[in-house]
Design a protein around this ligand. Structure first.
Ligand code: 5GP
Ligand code: ZN
Length: 104
């Protein structure tokens, strides 16, 4: 499958992970829209968050989001899942944007 996030997760581009666990990885967005802009990405490929239903993967993803939010931000942040092209999704592998104006 030609999915850029699957390739990043597989280490094909040498992307540095700021955090990771069994179910998800976190890395800095290449085109940051805020002082802190980190993507939290499940290792499992689903095309968007609406199709992300596995409870263990969801638990792992949200555990990673909490870790990133508590270590990389001051505790105030936005969590965004763009879903569908019209709503701004450009990479069709589910991912959460963690955005914050303050570093932790
Ligand atoms: P979306 O628009 O699908 O919600 O978010 C995709 C995000 O992935 C965008 O903010 C874009 O900047 C980021 N992105 C796309 N390709 C790469 C890449 O190769 N490396 C990194 N670190 N971020 C990427
Ligand atoms: Zn993928």
């Amino acid at each position: 499958m030609d999915c850029i996030f699957c390739k990043i997760i597989a280490g094909e581009f040498g992307t540095e992970f700021v955090a990771q666990n069994e179910h998800a990885v976190a890395f800095k967005d290449i085109n940051p829209q805020a002082k802190v802009h980190i993507l939290c990405v499940p290792r499992q490929h689903t095309k968007n968050v609406a199709e992300l239903t596995d409870p263990e993967v969801l638990q792992g993803l949200f555990s990673l989001i909490r870790e990133v939010a508590s270590t990389a931000t001051d505790g105030q942040f936005r969590l965004q899942f763009n879903t569908g092209e019209r709503e701004g999704q450009s990479v069709f592998h589910s991912h959460a944007h963690v955005l914050s104006g303050r570093e932790g």
